[in-house]
Design a protein around this ligand. Structure first.
Ligand code: NAD
Length: 366
C-alpha cells in the first residue's frame, strides 16, 4: 500500500538532498537499503521515450544505471554505447535478446517498444531471469496482461509498469486527498488527456495491430489511472462514445472518446481521451471542497490546487524516482506500488470502453 502521508515542503527538500530517486520511498524501504550497489537496467527499444526521458533519467538514478541496450538499429547501438558508456557485450538486438540470460550486468529489462511487442519482450525477459519494467499501456488487451503476469510469477521475477505519476508529488497528493477523504467523500471526478496529433501518419501509434488503439490506449490510460488512484476504488460499469473528425489519419484507431464510469456506491465519474484536443487535467469535487491538477500528467510542470489555494509541491524527475524505487523493491524483495496487476486493471477498463463503443451500451468491467 502506498504511503499517503501529507507532503511538507521541508520534508521534500530534506529528501531531495539525498537524491531524486529516494524521494518517493517510504521510510521503511529507505531503511532497508543496505549497500551502494546499483542494479543494471537494459532499455529495449531506443525510441523517443528512451532517448528523451529514460536514458537521461538513468544518469540521475542512485540505485540503478543504464547497463544494456536492445535495439534493431546498429547505428543507434554505436551512438548510444559511446554516449552512455555501455560496453558492446551488453548490446543486443531483437533476435539475440534471449542471450541476455547469461549477462550478470543486467538485472532489469525495461520494455519501451510499440504496445504489440510488450507481451513478447516481457515474457522473454522474465524467462531470461530478469526483472521487468514494461511501459504503458501494458499490452494490447487484458488477456495479454494476464499472460505477462503469469509468466513473471512463474519465473519468480518482479513486473512493474512505467506508471511514473505514482512517484509525482502532485499526483500523490491527489491520491492522499481522495483516498483519505481529507475534504470528505469524493462526489465527482472529471478528467481528460490528449494532444493534437501532428506526427507521422505512418507511425505505429496509428496502426491498430501495433498500438491496440489510439488516444485511449496512449493518453486515456492516464485519465483512467488518475480516476482510480484519486478514489482508490475500481469502476464497475462504463458507458463510452467515440467522436471521429479525421477518418483518414485515424482510420484504424480512436481519435476522441468520452466515457462515464459507475463506481460502487453509485458515484459517476467522467473522462475523455483525444488525439485532436490538448487536454491534461484531473479534477475532483468532494463534500467539503475540491482538488485538481492541470496540467496533470506531464513529465514536469504539473500544477495543483484545492479550494484553499495552490499546492506547493516540488517537481521531480519522475522517471528517476520510478526506476530507483523499482530497483530498491528488487534489491529488498519488496512489492512495487505499480505491479503488472495495476496495468491489468487499466486494461480491463480499456477493454470495456471499446466494448461499450462497439455495442452502444453500458458494459460491465470484468
Ligand atoms: P517510438 O516510436 O519513439 O519508439 C519505439 C521504438 O520501438 C523505436 O526505437 C523503434 O525502432 C522500435 N521498434 C521496434 N519494432 C518496431 C516496429 N515494428 N514498429 C515501430 N517501432 C518499432 O515510441 P515511444 O514514444 O518511445 O513509445 C514506446 C513505448 O513507451 C510505448 O509503449 C509508449 O506508450 C511508451 N511511452 C511512455 C511514456 C510515459 O510517459 N510513460 C511516454 C512516451 C511513450
Amino acid at each position: 500500500m502506498q504511503n499517503l502521508e501529507p507532503f511538507s515542503r521541508r520534508s521534500f527538500l530534506k529528501t531531495l538532498s539525498i537524491g531524486a530517486g529516494a524521494l518517493a520511498l517510504t521510510p521503511t524501504l529507505q531503511s532497508l537499503i543496505s549497500s551502494d550497489k546499483k542494479l543494471g537496467i537494459a532499455l529495449v527499444g531506443l525510441g523517443g521515450y528512451s532517448r528523451g526521458q529514460l536514458a537521461p533519467a538513468l544518469l540521475e538514478t542512485k540505485h540503478c544505471y543504464l547497463a544494456g541496450l536492445v535495439t534493431g538499429t546498429p547505428s543507434k547501438a554505436d551512438e548510444w554505447s559511446k554516449k552512455y558508456n555501455v560496453p558492446n557485450k551488453n548490446i543486443y538486438n531483437y533476435s539475440n535478446f534471449d542471450e541476455i540470460a547469461k549477462n550478470p550486468d543486467i538485472d532489469i529489462v525495461y520494455v519501451v517498444l510499440p504496445v504489440s511487442m510488450h507481451k513478447e519482450f516481457t515474457i522473454r525477459a522474465a524467462k531470461a531471469g530478469k526483472h521487468v519494467i514494461c511501459e504503458k499501456p501494458m499490452a494490447l488487451n487484458a488477456a495479454e496482461c494476464t499472460e505477462m503476469i503469469a509468466a513473471c510469477k512463474k519465473a519468480k521475477r518482479m513486473l512493474s509498469i512505467g506508471y511514473r505519476l505514482h512517484f509525482d508529488p502532485h499526483n500523490m497528493e491527489m491520491m492522499r486527498l481522495g483516498q483519505k477523504k481529507v475534504y470528505g467523500k469524493v462526489t465527482a471526478i472529471d478528467t481528460g488527456n490528449g494532444f493534437v496529433y501532428r506526427g507521422d501518419p505512418n507511425a505505429w501509434r496509428l496502426k491498430k495491430a501495433l498500438s491496440g488503439g489510439g488516444a485511449l490506449m496512449d493518453m486515456g490510460v492516464y485519465s483512467i489511472q488518475g480516476t482510480r488512484y484519486t478514489l482508490g476504488q475500481e469502476p464497475l460499469f462504463v458507458t463510452a462514445t467515440e467522436v471521429k473528425t479525421n477518418n483518414d489519419l485515424f482510420a484504424e484507431v480512436d481519435e476522441t472518446i468520452n466515457w462515464k464510469f459507475e463506481f460502487p456506491g453509485g458515484l459517476v465519474t467522467t473522462g475523455k481521451s483525444s488525439y485532436n484536443n490538448n487536454w491534461g487535467y484531473l479534477k475532483a469535487t468532494a463534500e467539503k471542497g475540491n482538488f485538481s491538477l492541470e496540467p496533470a500528467f506531464g513529465y514536469g510542470g504539473i500544477k495543483g490546487s484545492t479550494h484553499l489555494g495552490v499546492m506547493e509541491l516540488p517537481q521531480i524527475n519522475q522517471q528517476a524516482a520510478q526506476m530507483d524505487d523499482f530497483a530498491l523493491c528488487v534489491m529488498n524483495k519488496k512489492p512495487t506500488r505499480v505491479p503488472g496487476e495495476e496495468g491489468l486493471k487499466d486494461m480491463k477498463v480499456i477493454d470495456a470502453i471499446y466494448r461499450s463503443i462497439a455495442s452502444g451500451k453500458r458494459e460491465r468491467i470484468v
